[in-house]
Design a protein around this ligand. Structure first.
Ligand SMILES: [Fe+2]
Length: 384
């Protein structure tokens, strides 16, 4: 596939995700960490305008002078911006105008792709822009889910999406021998800066589960008083449980008939055999403690990843998100993409049901704060 085809496909898919939304669904920001769909549509476009068209397409005129302020996410090098928590206040311009913005930028990007895509720096920036937009496609699904979950009538986004009910396809444990292994990206194709440098790690022998924890497993934890037993929790996790009165995973409700969860296809009875999702690192660790097991480190996960099926849930690891040996952030604004977030976050590995096809790989490093659970996160256990 040419880079132009890749660009066109990525851009179309973002709009496809939003096609099932009503105009009003594009605007709310119920909590600061959820961005309105309209903002995602505009911000992914801003990325191409700011980093590709402005510096590299001669004679390019920006679509709207206000957009750099409205749709810059966190790039201090680019300038001032709307505070993250205020994205829902951007009721104007209308979503239809944002779609015009997308098409204006696409038209100019296609011109750039036809004339300058062979230049290695421009080529890699376009690849970064496509991968950036794919990350926002996943965020669109999880943000749409959160927004709709706040509506008392539990609207259906798409009744054909059954991600929450996915089952494990393998069971048992796989043993990895002790030894020196290499982790980190190698080879051809796109990778993020945080997957570099590939380096050696020493790993003790360990046994890792081929399957993920299920809803049924987690209901046992709840029934055994897991949320009330401080011995299972990290101190910070125990404070989080108590301050937020957490008694179940995100989107779970206890109905008279039993547990239900909000899904992208509406409210449903919980499938006990489906893979658990929407849990925090704190919950993952407390569950592991209760099972007298542990989470894998990210190095263990990567070394073992060829031995099990992954890709339905992001898998919490017990590794802090830190630079690999030799990590160097790029010069300028794109250097802010990953490096500055290497503080107070945990690494998740694999990919999820909401990750676009072909976006992830076994060296991919996702990261979230330990209390965040609106992504499709799950648990894979390792024996002690
Ligand atoms: Fe972004």
């Amino acid at each position: 596939m040419t880079l132009l085809d890749q660009y066109i496909n990525v851009r179309k898919y973002t709009e496809e995700i939003c096609r099932l939304l009503h105009p009003e669904d594009h605007v709310p920001q119920p909590v600061p960490f959820v961005s309105p769909p309209k903002w995602h549509l505009a911000h992914t476009t801003w990325f191409f305008e700011e980093f590709l068209l402005k510096p590299h397409l001669p004679g390019y005129n920006v679509f709207n002078e206000d957009f750099s302020f409205l749709f810059n996410s966190y790039y201090n090098n680019v300038g001032k911006r709307v505070l993250r928590a205020n994205r829902g206040a951007i009721t104007r311009p209308a979503t239809s105008y944002i779609i015009e913005y997308r098409h204006y930028v696409d038209m100019h990007m296609e011109l750039l792709l036809q004339t300058k895509a062979a230049h290695p720096d421009i080529h890699s920036l376009i690849e970064l822009g496509c991968n950036h937009e794919q990350q926002h496609q996943e965020l669109l699904f999880t943000d749409i889910k959160y927004i709709l979950s706040c509506n008392p009538i539990s609207p259906i986004y798409n009744e054909d999406i059954t991600w929450e009910n996915q089952h494990n396809i393998e069971d048992g444990f796989v043993t990895i021998d002790e030894g020196v292994y290499e982790i980190g990206f190698t080879g051809e194709g796109f990778s993020f800066d945080n997957e570099h440098n590939r380096h050696k790690v020493y790993i003790n022998s360990f046994e890792i589960s081929r399957s993920l924890v299920t809803n049924g497993d987690f209901i046992e934890f709840i029934n055994a008083g897991g949320y009330h037993n401080f011995n299972l929790w990290l101190d910070e996790g125990w404070s989080w449980v108590n301050e937020n009165k957490i008694t179940s995973p995100l989107y779970w409700h206890k109905a008279e008939s039993g547990w239900q969860y909000f899904t992208l296809s509406g409210m449903q009875d919980i499938d006990p055999d489906a893979m658990l999702t929407h849990i925090s690192f704190y919950e993952a660790l407390a569950f592991a403690e209760w099972k007298k097991m542990r989470l894998p480190t990210e190095a263990e996960w990567e070394v073992a990843s060829a031995e099990f099926a992954w890709g339905r849930r992001w898998e919490w690891t017990h590794s802090a998100y830190l630079p690999y040996p030799g990590f160097a952030k790029p010069e300028g604004a794109v250097g802010e993409y990953n490096g500055k977030f290497m503080i107070n976050q945990m690494v998740l590995r694999g990919s999820s049901c909401a990750t676009p096809e072909g976006h992830a790989r076994s060296t991919y490093r996702n990261f979230f704060h330990p209390d965040e659970r609106w992504q499709f996160n799950g648990i894979r256990l390792v024996k002690l």
